[in-house]
Design a protein around this ligand. Sequence first.
Ligand code: PLP
Length: 435
Amino acid sequence: MPNKEFVVAEVKEIIKGYFDEQDKLEAASSKYKVPLTSRLYNEDEVAEVVETLLSPERLTLNSASSDLKIEKFEEQFSGFIGVKNGIMMNSGSSADLAAFFVLTNPTIKNRLLPGDEVIVPAVNWNTSIAPLYALGLRPVFVDVDLKNYGMNIDQVRLAISPKTKAIMVIHLVGFPVDMDSIMAIAREHNLFVIEDTCESPGAEWNGKKVGSFGDMSTHSFYLSHHITTIEGGMLMTNNDEFAELARIIRSQGIMRNVKSQAYKDNFNSKYPDIDPLFLFTNVGYNFRPTEMEGAFGIMQFRKFGDYLNTRINNAMDLNSRLAKFSEYLILPVNDDNRVKCSWFFYPLMLKENVKFTVKDVTSFLEKNGIETRPVMSGDFTRHPVFSLFEHRIVGDLKNTKLIHKNGFFIGIHAGIGDKERDCVVSCFEEFFKNK
Ligand SMILES: Cc1ncc(COP(=O)(O)O)c(C=O)c1O
């Protein structure tokens, strides 16, 4: 019988050959020359997944193994962000939900109660807001800034009421929100801060990575994100109590993945008649990733630095080469030296007074092989889901409305290089030629 290393090496070689051929075919036949996302994994990840599947005793978080790939990836990624605990989940949406299950849990001091308010930006993602609806909390929508698509600090201050208990920051499109101001407001009013960092791993505010400021942060490894486990996410926190609770909530309410032996001993001694492996110590769901996602994660993490640099270089190049169209376009140029952006997509906005619409531009780009999409939710208050639940809006959401009407994204990921950027620039040249 061939040994495992041999099988994995053989598979890796075959997969490499397959992807090499597939890349050539795709280059000739694909609909888009500049797609929003492309395959950013190769034989490395596939071989690591195959190696995992050849160890059936070690496929889930329920395995007795002490060297799970999930846990290794948790350590690597939370170490990179600079947070003590990383708890991998099966999606960023699950991480958002788990964060609010933690904050509303009866074991938490100052927990959030139904009717309490959470301040959120009006440009967002549905699953960052849905946990509030699910738990009877009231989202309070505030406007965003045009320079970073993140919540406007003055509007956050205006949004505070006696019911406010938390701020849900969303670092959108790779831009960091001003976390010094957010944390100062939170300290002043005794609020929890959750940072949805699903779009912005590696972004920094004032020299510190976003996702490391608040009480908890959430991260996504969906296919189109900076690194991927296909589907996957992570909750991070420096608070050990929150971390243990998140591990329990992730795993059906059992304490198998809890780190603290004292926590386990305490419950075991109080409930000697219940098998500790099946003792439900708190509420629980199933937000668990599998070892396959863990395997993907550790291989992708090795590539993260290069991927991030490519995104940054792509953005810098487009910013300088598209500057000549600033009569028509608002470019994502941010000259605040406290900002380091990690560029989820490349966001563009049409100036208010131009004589053409976003549809005119995006149709032209699409026709010429450049894939486009809206700026995340755009104005969330325009979506059908918005009117189904209780909420409050602060101010006139002027910038949110402008982003909704005039904003769009093109791709900027690690699969984009000189050729693709040239294509983008010449396509804009063509579009603006007769304007
Ligand atoms: C801001 C934000 N939060 C949460 C999510 C959800 O992440 P996932 O797709 O991993 O569930 C996304 C997805 O793109 C997102 O953009």
